[in-house]
Write a protein that binds this ligand. Structure first.
Ligand SMILES: CCCCCCCC/C=C\CCCCCCCCCCC/C=C/C(=O)SCCNC(=O)CCNC(=O)[C@H](O)C(C)(C)COP(=O)(O)OP(=O)(O)OC[C@H]1O[C@@H](n2cnc3c(N)ncnc32)[C@H](O)[C@@H]1OP(=O)(O)O
Ligand code: FAD
Length: 627
């Protein structure tokens, strides 16, 4: 039935003020207002239609993305949207594009690693999109090992230029988004060579394509690396390959905040740490953490609404069957994900604060919190993206067979999201960085350097002092355990920050109580999942483990009447969700039925290929049967 809210009875059950929860989710009344306005603007504009992505060929898909990006830019300019509104527009347009790398990495790299002069020259062009940039770091042979990159940038004092060169096949740049077909410029990372001496990897602004006709400049070979996982999904992005054949660029196109090369060919290092060359990655990891809650909450919203619509078994005297959301097993898989979505929302907020704080300190030449910021961004990026990718897949399974249909929105969401476990640092490689930071902290326990911030708890964990000799046995040998320790450390941060959030004043009837329930679910579910570790280390007794389990069951019952309202609080439009199973009104079956008939395969009753392949088969069977 059109216009009927099939989930109204669920909404009526809720015990808290959903509008107040929407503000908590958005971060502030202002953030809610911007998000609400822009999401409706995108949803109501046919120019941002996205329901046909999975049926387009790669070429059609890519051209459509170019159109959308241009249309989005025109909307931003025509409506004079603020930076915050433009970022929201990008979010709700919901289509990875070259613009992500331009705004998300190229511009931040110039801001973070360029001198004042370089920023003044390049940023105005980039802000107006008169040049389009990408971030070309990864090569065919090396991604994680940044120091292993092979591209060279050799200074030529005769001409005051750098010669950028790809000496081997494996030095070809490989993966950068936006590079394949669009970017006019790249921040290319290369080994700096001055006067025959190497000075590590640095970033260089290199023009790739003509600003007149888009053809590659002399010495540049560039193209797309090909189809990626899933239909639609990340194939809207032109991840590229790039080779340099002795490409010359002016000296002042080396990003010179961290180190400089003079026209006489002198190499100088600033008094800022070399690791700032990696600063753009820290920035993006922080944004990826903030984004994880969006992707997970979207999947959870779909699975929760559908679980309330779907009924299987349990009919009594001809009455309705049981809603699958009422099965305890369904709740035990779904509600921890709902709790995780909220937990990641708050950890994303906190990390944003931490990043702003470290940025401010760096500007004042205080580098003391950089290692912690690196460990937090790396570790939380790893934790939240792994949990989100796994969570989206679990939501697909929670939706049974219909979850496997593209119209559920879940296959594409998974395919778009899962590379987040790899890009901006492979998740295991990043956890090893956290482990290294933790072990460094352990080695300093007992010295005058007291751990602060997220590692302050270490002074209270006495047995860590005894661990020190164990780690000396070899980091690599113990790396599997160290990675587990790194995850545990990051989980502790997530739980602590959720608890801290609850210590703040949170207005709205019942809102805080709901968040307390979710926080307890998040923490107790972890305890339950890892009870073997907790028991074997004597942190809990079997009685504690059993109590935790009982408490979890009770918490799930408390969430149940509020589940639909808790996902309504994400305030997602049907356009953004892109899912028949997750539609607001819960009118799933008629919509699924209608959508099936719109599939291109159903355009004709008899399929193309019938005369060529089906009919001859059938005729052959008849002949065989007659024999
Ligand atoms: C539709 C159109 C709309 C238009 C709308 C327009 C408006 C739009 C507005 C906004 C849109 C914005 C959208 C943004 C979205 C962004 C999308 C992003 C997409 C992502 C695409 C992907 C990009 C990439 O993948 S880029 C490549 C990333 N590569 C990696 O991450 C490589 C991983 N490897 C490393 O990071 C390192 O090599 C390493 C850390 C693993 C090891 O490095 P190494 O040099 O070997 O270092 P090591 O010896 O281990 O350590 C030396 C010491 O340095 C410390 N350290 C390491 N890294 C860092 C760091 N980053 N910061 C600080 N310190 C670091 C390390 O701990 C060591 O310290 P110690 O004290 O010596 O122990
Ligand atoms: C969709 C997508 C978009 C991307 N966009 C960009 C971009 O815009 N710009 C850009 O420069 N790059 C980009 N990349 C590249 C990306 O950053 C790298 O792929 C990523 O950093 C992982 O590096 P790798 O491919 O070298 O993996 P590898 O390091 O080869 O990883 C392979 C395996 O080895 C393991 N491994 C590696 N090193 C260690 C170690 N020290 N100890 C233990 N295990 C280890 C890993 O855990 C993994 O299991 C993109 C990648 C993808 C998938």
């Amino acid at each position: 039935m059109e216009g009927v809210d099939h989930l109204a009875h669920e909404r009526n059950k809720s015990e808290f003020d959903v509008d107040a929860m929407k503000i908590v989710w958005a971060g502030s009344p202002h953030a809610f207002d911007v998000s609400d306005r822009i999401s409706k603007l995108v949803a109501s504009d046919p120019g941002f239609r996205k329901d046909n992505r999975s049926t387009l060929s790669r070429k059609e898909l890519f051209k459509n993305t170019l159109r959308k990006a241009a249309y989005a830019w025109k909307t931003i300019v025509d409506l004079r949207l603020s930076e915050e509104e433009a970022a929201k527009l990008r979010f709700y347009v919901d289509e990875p594009a070259f613009t992500d790398l331009h705004w998300g990495m190229f511009i931040p790299a110039i801001k973070g690693q360029g001198t004042e002069e370089q920023q003044q020259k390049w940023l105005p062009l980039a802000y107006k999109m008169q040049i389009i940039g990408c971030y070309a770091q990864t090569e065919l042979g090396h991604g994680s090992n940044v120091q292993g990159l092979e591209t060279t940038a050799t200074f030529d004092p005769q001409t005051d230029e750098f010669i950028i060169h790809s000496p081997t096949l494996t030095s070809s740049k490989w993966w950068p988004g936006g590079l394949g077909k669009v970017a006019t410029h790249a921040i290319a990372y290369a080994r700096l060579i001055v006067g025959g001496r190497e000075h590590g990897v640095n970033g260089f602004i290199v023009q790739l394509r003509s600003l007149e006709d888009h053809s590659p400049l002399l010495g540049i070979t560039v193209g797309d690396i090909g189809m990626k996982f899933g239909n639609g999904a990340y194939n809207t992005m032109d991840n590229g390959v790039l080779r340099f054949d002795h490409v010359r660029i002016p000296r002042n196109q080396m990003l010179m905040r961290v180190s400089q090369v003079t026209c006489e060919g002198k190499y100088k290092q600033s008094d800022v740490p070399r690791q700032l060359v990696y600063g753009t990655m820290v920035y993006v990891r922080q944004t990826i953490v903030a984004d994880a809650s969006c992707a997970l909450s979207r999947a959870v919203c779909i699975a929760t609404r559908y679980s309330a619509v779907r009924r299987q078994f349990g009919s009594q005297n001809g009455g309705p069957e049981t809603q699958v959301i009422d099965y305890k097993t369904q709740q035990s898989r779904l509600f921890p994900l709902l709790a995780s979505a909220y937990a990641f929302r708050f950890i994303g907020e906190w990390l944003k604060w931490l990043y702003a704080d470290v940025t401010q300190r760096l500007q004042a030449n205080d580098f003391s919190t950089l290692p912690e910021a690196h460990a937090c961004t790396a570790g939380l990026k790893s934790l939240t993206t792994t949990a989100t990718a796994d969570g989206i897949e679990e939501c697909r399974k929670l939706c049974g067979g219909h979850g496997y249909l593209c119209s559920s929105g879940l296959p594409e969401l998974f395919a778009v999201y899962v590379p987040a476990c790899t890009y901006e640092g492979d998740n295991t490689v990043l956890l090893l960085q956290v482990a290294r930071f933790l072990m460094k902290t352990v080695s300093q326990l007992g010295s005058s350097k007291k751990p602060v911030g997220t590692i302050a708890y270490m002074t209270r964990v006495e047995h860590l002092m005894q661990c020190r000799c164990g780690v000396q046995r070899g980091f690599a040998e113990l790396s599997v355990d160290l990675v587990e320790a790194a995850v545990a450390h990051c989980q502790l941060i997530v739980v602590s920050k959720f608890i801290e959030k609850l210590q703040q004043e949170i207005p709205g009837k019942g809102v805080k109580q709901q968040l307390e329930v979710l926080c307890n679910i998040y923490a107790l579910f972890l305890l339950h999942k890892h009870q073997g570790d907790f028991l074997s280390t004597g942190c809990i007794t079997p009685k504690h483990a059993a109590l935790a389990n009982d408490e979890l069951r009770s918490l799930y019952s408390q969430v149940r009447p509020n589940a639909i309202a808790l996902v309504d609080a994400f305030n997602y439009t049907d356009h953004y969700l892109g899912s028949i199973l997750g539609c607001y009104d819960g009118n799933v079956y008629p919509k699924l039925y209608e959508a099936a008939w719109k599939d291109p395969l159903n355009e004709s009753v008899v399929p193309d290929g019938y005369h060529q392949y089906i009919r001859p088969l059938l005729k052959q069977e008849i002949r065989t049967a007659r024999l």
